[in-house]
Ligand binder design. Structure first.
Ligand SMILES: [Zn+2]
Length: 261
């Protein structure tokens, strides 16, 4: 069994066949799905979907750095209430994204600090998003390390230095179909074997990041959990491990981090 730790199930690209998407994933061997919350509205929606599709689905609740400028003190309290809903297992997406700066960096940092406090208050792990911002993210994580319990850097695409710094902080590393990309995935391909077996997690980030090397890709280029075994097989090959070893390790890691039992 595999766990897809990053699925944006509330995306409108799944509107026509949401339950079928989950069923195809289950048939392909994905037993659990962690649904990603990216703002207050989406977090409420994925919490609802997680309850609707229990026990297969669980959810995160958080405000993505892109949406950080909309988060205010009332929003933080709304987020806190969501984090206490059944099936909500992590704080996030939260973090920093200096790649596109849809929210100004100072608003991103304020929203991130608020969510670190929520993680400290609730004891829930962090579901981190970082793009072109590892140095600042690491500064903040180091400064607050005593308060939060753990977390995952989801969709890791960073440098070797960033990888080792995240590992030093005790964080887990989420690997997506980015690793299947011959060109832009090269660095990740070389780093994936450096991730200790007890720190590795797998995710599709569906509907985004369709693996580029699928034998028969869907015409609409939509990613979904049924493709997670393909990503797991690529990761296994790069690590020189069997698919079973990767499945066992990543599922045990997801169970431990998100306290799925
Ligand atoms: Zn993200």
């Amino acid at each position: 069994m595999l766990v897809d730790i990053g699925l944006n199930l509330s995306s409108n690209r799944y509107d026509r066949d949401r339950a079928d998407v989950l069923q195809r994933g289950i048939t392909a061997g994905v037993g659990r799905f962690i649904l990603t919350g990216t703002n207050l509205e989406e977090s409420a929606e994925v919490a609802r979907l997680a309850q609707l599709h229990a026990p297969h689905c669980l959810a995160t609740a958080g405000v993505h750095p892109h949406d950080a400028r909309h988060l205010d003190a009332a929003g933080v309290e709304a987020l806190r209430a969501l984090l206490h809903q059944p099936g909500v297992v992590a704080v996030g997406e939260t973090g920093l994204d200096f790649n596109r700066n849809y929210s100004p960096p100072d608003a991103q940092e304020r929203a991130f600090l608020w969510q670190l406090e929520l993680a400290a208050d609730t004891g829930l792990p962090l579901f981190l998003h970082e793009r072109d911002a590892s140095a600042r993210l690491l500064d903040i994580l180091n400064a607050t390390r005593d308060s939060w319990s753990g977390g995952v850097v989801h969709c890791f695409t960073g440098s070797r230095e960033a990888l080792y710094a995240y590992l030093d902080l005790g964080l887990l590393i989420g690997v997506t179909g980015w690793v299947c990309d011959e060109r832009r995935g090269q660095e990740l391909q070389s780093l994936v074997r450096k991730i200790p077996a007890d720190r590795l997690l797998l995710e599709t980030d569906g509907p985004y990041l369709l693996p580029r090397d699928l034998p028969s890709p869907p015409k609409d280029r939509r990613n979904e959990p049924a493709f997670l075994p393909h990503i797991a097989a690529v990761v296994a090959r790069l690590r020189g491990e069997s698919l079973q070893q990767v499945a066992d390790a990543t599922t045990a890691n997801a169970r431990r981090l998100f306290r799925l039992d």
